[in-house]
Design a protein around this ligand. Structure first.
Ligand code: NZQ
Ligand code: ZN
Length: 395
């Protein structure tokens, strides 16, 4: 096990009706002037925003609203939020929604305390020294942004090129995450499935490691993956499956607050590859990951056959065959593809609108590390990523 440091400052308040406590909870935290930030309309339609406003009013919280955060949130809107925070002298952010609203709020939180261009945090030019506090009411289990230390934003250049980049800082872990699983009952099946694929991949990015002595945390990882495999079909069949919605919502937070990532070198190649798919095709992040992860697995599985055998047998219940570890490993990957397809996800490049002629652009846009590589479980260069794209043609 590698040395690690983990500080998880987010207060998770979980259960039916917790959104009605938002005003009182913000008051307790001293967040009495906030930007109320949300997405494209789902929270208004469901009545959630009305309940949030009533709770803020009852607690005497001053708030200014900025809606319209798009999936794959854009820098321009965050910059408008930044202006509002400064003009209104606001001291915190309240995001109502999923990863997109929360990430946009995190961007504003960092930018409000910085004299330079907030994009510096996404391009790797600077690290924030301080940030405003962020609270959230979560409406979709997926990105894990409700308690993660990262924010992913897309910037569109004048020529139309989209740069999707992440910024990471312990300063942007939300101070408060209100998590009512009933709020996810209105999710369309496609968004539910996208979220499951994102949560699944947050775990595999950590699980597939070259670090040793990871016995305890490996089992946490497998527990989350098995939970998704068990409950995802149930909530797809019945959107109001209370137990399933609750299990998946909690899995989403645990998968990405790094509790199951400590003590190991993590990978993250699949995420870096996917961010270009979202940038170029504007596909949902989880939908892109459902295509990338199986292809990545098919490319790297021989690197550590034993780990892939373990994945196949513990997560998908594939029967072990000590005489055919490769067959068992491949059966595990096949079961992952079948699982994704059973909940309505596409698993091939073409199904998310991918075009062969875009592959050079998709590869060149990737944020490579200082050595021009990607990932850690297996180090990938452009030639290896090209091969992964080839494997994405299979479903
Ligand atoms: O915009 P509205 O109208 O609210 O609709 C949203 C949106 O269209 C809808 N939705 C959300 N909750 C709903 C609902 N519809 C009905 N009922 C509800 N209860 O779902 C759509 C997707 O929402 P979004 O917030 O975009 O989803 P998600 O949580 O998957 O966030 C995706 C973003 O997070 C980034 C992704 O790259 C992507 O930009 N990520 C952020 C991470 C982080 N900060 O730690 C890590 C992740 O790996 C990821 O990269
Ligand atoms: Zn993700």
């Amino acid at each position: 096990m590698e040395n690690f440091e983990l500080y998880l400052p987010t207060r998770h308040v979980f259960g039916s009706g917790v959104e009605n406590e938002v005003g009182a909870r913000l008051k307790q935290l001293g967040m009495d002037r906030v930007l109320l930030h949300y997405g494209g309309g789902s929270a208004e339609r469901s009545g959630l925003l009305g309940r949030v406003r009533r709770s803020l009013d009852a607690a005497g919280i001053y708030y200014v609203e900025l809606g319209g955060v798009a999936p794959n949130p854009r820098l321009d809107l965050a910059l408008r939020g930044l202006e509002l925070v400064r003009a209104e002298n606001l001291g915190g952010l309240l995001a109502v929604g999923g990863g997109s609203a929360i990430d946009s709020a995190k961007c504003i939180a960092m930018g409000a305390c910085y004299d330079g261009d907030v994009w510096d945090f996404y391009s790797g030019k600077a690290q924030p020294q301080t940030a405003l506090p962020v609270a959230c009411v979560l409406t979709i289990p997926a990105a894990g942004s409700e308690s993660s230390n990262s924010s992913v934003i897309s910037r569109v250049d004048a020529n139309g090129t989209v740069w999707k980049r992440g910024a990471g800082s312990e300063l942007i872990r939300p101070v408060l995450a209100l998590m009512n699983p009933e709020l996810t009952w209105t999710l369309p099946p496609s968004q539910t499935a996208n979220g499951v694929a994102d949560i699944f991949t947050h775990v595999t990015e950590r699980y597939f490691t070259n670090s040793t002595g990871t016995y305890l945390v490996d089992q946490f990882c497998e527990g989350i993956l098995r939970t998704l495999v068990r409950y995802a079909p149930l909530v797809i069949a019945d959107p109001c499956h209370a137990e399933g919605r609750a299990q998946i919502m909690w899995a989403g937070a645990l998968a990405h607050n790094n509790l199951v990532g400590v003590g190991r070198v993590q990978d993250w190649a699949s995420h870096q590859i996917e961010h270009e798919l979202s940038a170029v095709y504007d596909v949902a992040h989880g939908a892109g990951l459902a295509v990338v992860l199986p292809a990545w697995m098919r490319f790297v599985y021989r690197h550590d056959l034993a780990r892939f055998v373990r994945f196949a047998t513990t997560v998908f219940g594939v029967e072990n065959d000590p005489f055919d570890p490769e067959g068992v490993a491949l059966a595990g990957i096949r079961r992952l593809v079948d699982f994704y397809r059973s909940i309505g996800l596409g698993t091939s490049f073409a199904e998310i609108g991918g075009k062969v002629e875009d592959i050079d652009r998709l590869i060149s846009g990737i944020r490579w590390d200082a050595e021009g590589q990607l990932g850690n479980f297996v180090k990938l260069g452009p030639a290896e990523v090209r091969e992964i794209y080839r494997l994405m043609h299979r479903s």
